[in-house]
Design a binder for this molecule. Structure first.
Ligand code: PRP
Length: 217
């Protein structure tokens, strides 16, 4: 296969596959995949595989995947050894600081405990504001942590805001805007520049088309 592409499964998967389909890439197998994790588009000579977000970076950094599609949230949290080539403008959400209503962790004096799946992002953000922060790493259902008194607030991603609302939490600040990005292995970019640029430009065309559509609406 000329290109190996790691896609992030879950939240981003459907939108990514739709974009690829609009570019004319053979995505039938990705759409109707059952439990399979590797797919080949023999016409375009591309192999796709579906992995978790963190692993997407790992596969790209090790060159097992030439290209990856992964959220900016995961890129901000770890891994630096790749080129970030394109903002796909899908999977849009926000990194936010939230806490219980009436308990803004940003107004707390002294030691603040923050729960997050993203300890680097959370720690850097609070420390850059000169705050004395302790980060408590949580793997999922982060919204539960302040409700149960594990921490004063959380740093997490918010898409619709439903999870926060249903757990009585409010947003106190925005850390960053998030969307899906195309990343590329550095050595692959040298060896397979043409194939990679074709793939990236195909996706870029769709991003531009959508931006124009949104503008004229
Ligand atoms: C993410 C995030 C929030 C939720 C936000 O979790 O950590 O919990 O989605 O989405 P919303 O604003 O649309 O409600 P995810 O669903 O990935 O599951 P997890 O908590 O198990 O990590």
């Amino acid at each position: 296969m000329s290109l190996s592409i790691a896609l992030t499964k879950g939240r981003l998967e459907k939108n990514t596959v739709e974009m690829l389909e609009r570019c004319g890439y053979g995505t039938e197998k990705l759409r109707d995949k059952g439990r399979a994790l590797v797919f080949e588009d023999t016409k375009k000579d591309i192999r796709y595989f579906l992995v978790k977000a963190n692993d997407c970076i790992t596969y790209v950094e090790h060159g097992v995947a030439d290209v990856g599609v992964v959220g900016k949230d995961t890129l901000m949290e770890g891994g630096k050894d790749y080129y970030e080539m394109l903002d796909l403008q899908i999977g849009k959400c926000r990194f936010i600081v939230a806490g219980l209503a009436g308990h803004n962790p940003l107004e707390k004096s002294g030691h603040v405990r923050i729960g997050s799946k993203y300890p680097e992002v959370a720690g850097n953000w609070f420390r850059s504001r000169g705050m004395d922060v302790e980060i408590i790493k949580i793997d999922g259902s982060v919204e539960l942590a302040p409700v149960l008194g594990l921490c004063d607030g959380i740093v997490d991603i918010m898409e619709t805001g439903t999870t926060l609302k249903e757990n009585g939490l409010v947003v106190y600040d925005t850390v960053a805007e998030i969307s899906a990005r195309v990343i590329v292995n550095k050595a692959s970019f040298k060896m397979k520049r043409d194939e990679i640029m074709t793939f990236v430009s195909d996706l870029e065309r769709i991003v531009k088309e959508d931006a124009q559509k949104n503008q004229s609406e």
